[in-house]
Write a protein of this length. Structure first.
Length: 432
């Protein structure tokens, strides 16, 4: 257990809050890659300031693509290299950022030289072999140093020839997103075939939409099972505004479900690029009311005397919000089953087994399944919740402390990965 912890203060009454989370990590890192491969300068506004975006910015800088940071990090001016990688060698440290290692591994194959990508010890346990296999099928020379196809990753780049590759769909959609963003700058046409069912489809749709914003169209059927990518040389530079982070928004919507009252998240609508806005549909199935607004989404929790109800939820498309939903499930009347998220075992931590451990610590009965878990609420109790250096574990399970006295979150600074000011923003929201 970490000796560093923070105790969550319970909330006295129902909420009445309006919040705007920081910019989307997923959109920030995708826009950075597309802007880096553009022919000219792009300006990204509303960018997320976090460890994950920092390592992406630093990595691009080491590749010879300078990024000017302004407005306390929320405005990024990217001097695109026109589909090229200026550096001929680089060692890239990517922390525990899955998006960064996967996106940059694909991107550096466009260069000419030697590149190595490494991260924290946990990164050396997160498989990337399926991405490496696909890149090698397209003519690249990439290998993993760690057993099981894990980083460090060595790339001996001489451009990406192109061709056809199979991509497994059941491990991480980030493999496919990394390929999709790099392949328009390949030497020849690329065909990507998805093997099996693709997880987290909204994230792939988001990738395609960001690419489209930077001038690149990809041909794909509605089920996203096959992608035809023509070489265009480079993306087009542009000014790009980044939405607030929908995964971060889930914590505030969930707070309304747990505490009652209402919480409005500004800047995110039903038309958002991020699939995680569908988290509100899960809350609706559990008894909350959801009110779409012109410039936001409001969640209204159970009225006094009413209880949340358990539900069976396939969260394959919104797997980053499973831990948030688990916190809500502790306050439901009856069990909640989450399915379709076997790939959550390969995240910053095993987000099925380790989540089950912490929910039990808080008093729940949990049945762990290969692709999810069944959460049966019990009598909640004070606990020091371990976070496994996983930002989402810390942010999600902190919500339990809004109702249950004595909940402490170990290693709260791990939220810096995607949301450095989370605990301050949460405290501000519940005090409105």
């Amino acid at each position: 257990m970490s000796t560093d912890s923070i105790e969550i203060t319970p909330v006295a009454g129902p909420l009445n809050a309006s919040v705007r989370p920081p910019g989307s990590k997923s959109l920030t890192n995708r826009a950075l890659v597309c802007a880096a491969l553009a022919d000219g300068e792009s300006t990204l506004s509303g960018a997320l300031v976090s460890d994950d975006t920092h390592v992406m910015i630093e990595g691009l800088g080491r590749l010879g693509i300078p990024i000017d940071v302004a407005d306390n990090g929320t405005t990024l001016r990217v001097a695109g290299a026109g589909g090229q990688i200026p550096a001929i060698e680089a060692d890239l440290f990517i922390g525990n950022s899955g998006t960064t290692v996967r996106f940059l591994t694909a991107m550096v194959t466009l260069g000419h030289g030697a590149f190595r990508l490494d991260g924290v010890p946990r990164m050396r346990e997160r498989p990337i072999g399926d991405l490496v296999k696909a890149l090698n099928a397209l003519g690249a020379t990439v290998r993993c140093e760690s057993p099981g196809g894990c980083p460090p990753v060595d790339v001996h780049a001489n451009g990406l020839p192109g061709g056809a590759a199979m991509v497994r769909g059941d491990i991480s959609s980030q493999f496919l997103s990394g390929l999709l963003m790099a392949c328009p700058c390949a030497d020849g046409p690329v065909t990507l075939e998805i093997e099996g069912e693709l997880v987290s489809k909204p994230y792939v749709a988001m990738t395609l939409e960001v690419m489209r914003s930077f001038g690149v169209e990809v041909s794909a059927p509605d089920d996203l099972s096959r992608f035809e990518i023509e070489p265009v040389g480079s993306y087009q530079p542009r000014d790009y505004a980044i939405e607030p982070d929908a995964s971060a928004a889930s914590y505030f919507w969930a707070a309304a479900a747990i505490c009652g009252g209402e919480v409005t998240v500004d800047g995110l609508t039903r038309n958002a690029l991020q699939g995680d806005v569908a988290f509100v549909d899960c809350l609706e199935k559990m008894g909350c009311r959801v009110k779409p607004l012109a410039e936001g989404i409001k969640v209204i929790g159970p009225a006094p005397g009413e209880k949340l109800r358990g539900a069976t939820l396939d969260m394959n498309a919104i797997s980053d919000t499973v831990q948030t939903l688990a916190a809500v499930a502790l306050f439901a009347d009856g069990p909640t089953e989450v399915t379709g998220v076997a790939h959550n075992r390969h995240k910053e931590t095993d987000r099925i087994a380790d989540l089950a451990t912490e929910l039990r610590r808080l008093g729940a009965s949990v049945e762990e399944k290969p692709d999810g878990l069944v959460i049966t609420p019990g009598e909640l109790r004070p606990a020091l919740v371990e976070t496994y250096d996983d930002h989402r574990m810390a942010m999600s399970l902190a919500l339990v402390g809004l109702k249950q006295q004595g909940v402490r979150i170990a290693n709260p600074s791990c939220t810096a990965k995607t949301y450095p000011n989370y605990f301050e923003d949460l405290a501000r929201a519940v005090q409105q």
